[in-house]
Write a protein that binds this ligand. Structure first.
Ligand SMILES: C[S@@+](CC[C@H](N)C(=O)[O-])C[C@H]1O[C@@H](n2cnc3c(N)ncnc32)[C@H](O)[C@@H]1O
Length: 200
């Protein structure tokens, strides 16, 4: 694809994500997909070596998925979960080798069981769960129940929500241990930051 073609393609992609935000603002949680260098910066803080199964929650149009798939050892399994049918279609197109489930993260235990996956060592999450109100704890406990003991839960949030010992860190800390914040990823609008935690 030439430069003009690539630019037009990117514009269509941005338009698709923005359309999702207009239809489902709380669920989408962002107007645009995560910037490529932020997706890479986030994953630089996550250890994928030795992971038997990695689950990505809220994979969207695949900004993090593509980078994650490229970093995973061949022996690892990757399951990407995205609730929006429109974004799932784009994700499947962009990452044809990734196992993509068009489903809610709340169905994760069933999705893992149906695939007979090895233990889940890592969950990478960009679902805007801080906006879920009373469903927040159910969301986090579903993730915890799916992770094997000693596994890692890393969640990417809007930076101001991901402060060390802030409200979101406290919520994560009800279900996981060793909660810590990553660095602020300034290359996104708005800037993002991860909370990393482990399943004790
Ligand atoms: C902030 S966007 C991140 C998308 C993508 N990972 C990225 O970084 O560009 C959040 C994504 O989570 C998805 N999502 C929201 N609630 C979900 C749920 N319960 N289960 C699965 N995906 C969900 C949204 O549809 C949206 O694609």
């Amino acid at each position: 694809m030439d430069h003009a073609g690539a630019t037009a393609h990117r514009r269509r992609e941005h338009g698709q994500f923005a359309g999702e935000f207009v239809r489902h603002p709380v669920r989408a949680g962002a107007v645009m997909e995560t910037a490529t260098d932020c997706a890479a910066g986030f994953l630089d803080e996550v250890c994928v070596a030795g992971a038997r199964t990695v689950v990505e929650l809220g994979a969207g149009s695949g900004a993090i998925t593509a980078e994650l798939a490229a970093r995973l050892p061949e022996s690892s399994r990757l399951l990407a979960v995205e609730v929006s049918p429109a974004l799932t279609a784009r994700l499947r197109d962009r990452c044809p080798d990734v196992d993509v489930a068009c489903a809610s993260a709340f169905d994760l235990p069933d999705l893992v069981r149906a695939r007979d996956l090895p233990p889940v060592d890592l969950i990478v999450c960009s679902v805007p769960w801080t906006l879920m109100g009373e469903q927040r704890d159910r969301f986090l406990s579903t993730a915890r129940a799916t992770l094997t003991d000693g596994g890692t839960f890393s969640t990417l949030l809007v930076a101001h929500r991901a402060r060390e010992r802030g409200e979101a860190a406290t919520w994560v800390g009800r279900h996981f241990s060793d909660v810590g914040a990553g660095r602020v990823l300034w290359g996104n609008l708005p800037p993002l930051r991860a909370l990393h935690s482990s399943a004790a």
